[in-house]
Design a protein around this ligand. Structure first.
Ligand SMILES: [Zn+2]
Length: 458
């Protein structure tokens, strides 16, 4: 997509107070019992005083601030944006006051709000903000939830002045260290036979081709497996969240949507899954993220409270409004779970908890919760993305899950139903089970999207 086709920027100025309030709201979301402590920039009577970074930056429209300064915090090297005094100690503790030398409020606002994507004109061929253009890629910190580290600095400061220990968020009645959100985008239910049939034709194995075609027309497809997917997830005490794609029409640019239709029989099966405790959300078709195509409203046979956009399509200047004003949900969607980089696992907004995106045209937070996507199956093995060996997948992801656990966040994993096909030995059922076993061993509390949304509030 060319920059000229992007919708115009319509930012209003964001005051220091607005940024501070937005960030502190998210701090309380990460540390629900935090006491009221006066945090701010140079003023009298503050208990936690933060060095002001760069006011000018937030009056402008540049996508990137100056390169971050790397500091060590609790044994971890962490990039600090808006850090004007790299030689000063990060924290100066006095009896009843703490100084923080880097502007962690501005840095947290920059990353959480989605500033870089909104102001950047970089988009890939699917209209997405590319990982390659992100500060996470440029400065190499996509697997670190940097905002959580900023909050940990603030936690230490607040604990000092309040003399109260702060606990990160805990999940469920068992007070689990972290939560996990297991979801499946249902793009295909009928196409498992296609790749082997094509290969057979190409190799002129006509006998094999006829056998595959016969099987296709007389037996269920290997990808027509929603019940098996739910059962695989249930082995770990988890409930699947399915994002159903109601559009089977190809997009104008040729990108496929669903290969299935919501037949009465499929509707019955979906209702049955819902009865078992699975959640049904909406997988928004190509074109909906930019408003070119309307979201399917009345046609969907269930009440979706959450959504994810097909191809992780997301136009930062438009899509949050589509989520907010969609007619598909009873009022509007309570949550979205699109925001992860297709090209890399990790933390697109450098935060491992659900959060609220910032609306730059109204200078306030959006009303829906974003449950960021950390790991997508296709990211791990795909010609356009990474090419991890099957044995590398869990070892590669373990440190990411460890970060989520450290800060009481949500580990969000997308595994398409087609990758439960035993024929997939790269990023297939075995790799899914390895991840689930690991999350279970680490003590994750498994929740559906709407369960996460209803347990988060600030
Ligand atoms: Zn999809």
């Amino acid at each position: 997509m060319q920059p000229t086709t992007l919708p115009p920027l319509v930012p209003v100025s964001v005051s220091t107070e607005t940024r501070l309030a937005y960030v502190l709201d998210h701090f309380r979301l990460a540390y629900p019992g935090a006491p009221a402590v006066l945090v701010g920039y140079a003023a009298h009577q503050l208990q936690v005083e933060i060095a002001a970074g760069n006011e000018q930056f937030f009056a402008g429209v540049q996508p990137y601030p100056a390169a971050p300064n790397w500091r060590e915090w609790q044994g971890q090297r962490v990039p600090f944006f808006f850090d004007n005094s790299p030689d000063k100690p990060l924290l100066v503790l006095q009896d009843d006051k703490v100084f923080i030398a880097a502007d962690i409020i501005s840095a947290a606002f920059y990353l959480l709000s989605g500033w870089q994507e909104y102001f950047s004109t970089e988009r890939d061929r699917h209209g997405r903000f590319p990982y390659g253009a992100s500060v996470q890629k440029i400065h190499g910190f996509v697997t670190l939830p940097v905002v959580n580290y900023y909050f940990d600095v603030l936690r230490a400061a607040i604990e000092h002045v309040s003399q109260q220990p702060l606990q990160p968020r805990r999940w469920g009645s068992q007070q689990a260290d972290f939560a996990a959100f297991i979801s499946h985008d249902i793009d295909n239910l009928r196409s498992a036979w296609k790749a082997p049939a094509k290969a057979a034709l190409k190799q002129r194995k006509l006998g094999l081709f006829s056998k595959l075609a016969w099987r296709h027309f007389t037996q269920p497809d290997a990808w027509d497996n929603l019940e098996a997917v739910a059962a695989a997830t249930a082995q770990y005490g988890a409930k699947s969240t399915f994002f159903i794609l109601p559009s089977s029409k190809k997009a104008a640019n040729g990108t496929p949507n669903a290969d299935y239709r919501l037949t009465p029989k499929l509707r019955q099966r979906l209702w049955q899954l819902e009865e078992q405790g699975c959640e049904l959300g909406l997988h928004n078709s190509i074109g909906t993220s930019t408003g070119q195509t309307g979201i399917f409203g009345k046609k969907i046979p269930f009440n979706a409270t959450g959504c994810r956009f097909h191809y992780l399509s997301w136009e930062p200047r438009i899509t949050p409004f589509v989520v907010t004003f969609s007619p598909a949900a009873a009022e509007s969607f309570i949550y979205d779970s699109t925001l992860g980089f297709a090209e890399h696992f990790g933390f697109r907004h450098s935060f491992c908890l659900p959060f609220y995106l910032f609306d730059f045209s109204n200078a306030e937070a959006f009303g829906f919760l974003e449950i960021p996507l950390n790991v997508m199956d296709t990211t791990l093995h795909h010609p356009n993305y990474l090419q991890l060996n099957p044995a590398e997948i869990l070892p590669t992801l373990r440190p990411v899950f460890a970060e989520v656990k450290k800060f009481g966040g949500v580990a969000s994993v997308l595994w398409h139903n087609e990758n439960f096909d035993p024929a997939n030995t790269q990023n297939g059922p075995q790799q899914f089970h390895e991840i689930m076993t690991h999350l279970q061993q680490q003590g994750a509390f498994f929740l559906t999207g709407s369960e996460i949304a209803s347990s988060i509030s600030y």
